[in-house]
Ligand binder design. Structure first.
Ligand SMILES: C[S@@+](CC[C@H](N)C(=O)[O-])C[C@H]1O[C@@H](n2cnc3c(N)ncnc32)[C@H](O)[C@@H]1O
Length: 290
């Protein structure tokens, strides 16, 4: 991420998926700049307090959804770079009470913002067709229909309120030969739906160009193909002048997306499927005419 962003002294950078602040810390530790952290999760706000103590002059935090970046970050614009590390944080995954993981028993919640509909609301009230559609579209789960049917049958006997209850229903339907838990794609699909994740990514990318200086960078790290596809589609429509921002466009910094190094995967096995892309904001105005 640092290689792509290349933060400079005096610059203003946005860590739009603050989480536990790993990216913020990495940026602030290499140069004397300002980082504005952003996260929708109220738990991230608590972690951000410690950063305010450690970096009193160089760190700010804004709580909210990054799809509102145009209003949330207006006071800090123009900025020199925005980094995104999409998906769920290890803090969210590892806390049973947040209901993101099939590894622990917890309430079937999955809400990053801790507001709105929960995964339990979806599995207990949506039709089998709608559940199947969610698992297929956002989890790319090949057995989506069978799983949705099993969910609807199970909830007739007893509401599905916990992560392990749901995981065990799925495990009876899906048998995998690889090391992935059979419930992985179902949980992914529900999480992406509950948090409106793909639409959030699409919206923020469409809104962030006017917040950046010309020459500023957008760095995206994605962990699965659906997220990466949204980034690629956005790039395709913004690599030339675009009706929304006719004077701005982006160019890709690297020829190909970067994958994590062996060392990075060793330190953080969850990084193994990561893909980093970096884009530079350019002006579409010709500067060669006197
Ligand atoms: C993969 S984690 C980021 C981890 C972070 N880079 C670190 O080093 O700790 C993604 C974070 O983005 C946040 N997030 C996801 N979607 C968001 C959205 N639409 N708006 C704001 N924050 C979001 C999540 O709450 C989560 O904390």
């Amino acid at each position: 991420m640092l290689k792509a962003l290349n933060p400079e002294s005096g610059g203003v950078y946005v860590d739009a998926t603050f989480g536990g602040g790993g990216y913020t810390c990495a940026i602030l530790d290499v140069t004397s700049c300002t980082v504005v952290g952003l996260d929708r999760d109220p738990a991230a706000l608590i972690r951000a307090q410690a950063f305010k103590t450690n970096y009193p002059d160089n760190f700010r935090f804004v709580q909210g959804c990054f799809s509102d970046i145009d209003t949330l970050l207006l006071p800090y614009a123009p900025v020199d770079g925005i980094v995104f590390d999409f998906g769920v944080s290890s803090y969210q995954l590892d806390e049973a009470d947040r209901g993101f993981s099939f590894r622990f028993d917890g309430p079937l919640d999955m809400r990053m913002s801790q507001t709105g509909i929960t995964a339990a609301d979806v599995v207990n009230t949506y039709s089998a067709e709608n559940i199947a559609q969610i698992l297929w579209s956002y989890g790319e789960e090949p057995r989506s229909r069978k799983i949705a049917q099993a969910i609807v049958e199970a909830r007739r006997i007893k509401p599905i309120t916990t992560t392990l209850q749901l995981a065990n229903i799925v495990r009876q339907i899906v048998k995998r030969t690889d090391s992935l838990d059979p419930a992985t794609l179902t949980f992914q699909g529900l999480r992406i739906f509950v948090n409106n994740e793909l639409i959030e990514i699409d919206k923020v990318l469409r809104k962030c160009l006017p917040l950046l200086r010309v020459g500023g960078k957008i760095v995206t790290v994605t962990f699965q193909g659906l997220e990466d596809r949204v980034v690629k589609d956005w790039y395709q429509s913004h690599r030339q002048p675009n009706a929304t921002h006719p004077s701005l466009m982006v160019e890709s910094v690297f020829k190909k997306p970067l994958s994590p190094s062996f060392e990075e995967v060793k330190n953080n096995p969850r990084a193994r499927s990561g893909k980093l892309r970096a884009f530079r904001v350019c002006s579409t105005q010709r500067t060669d005419i006197p």
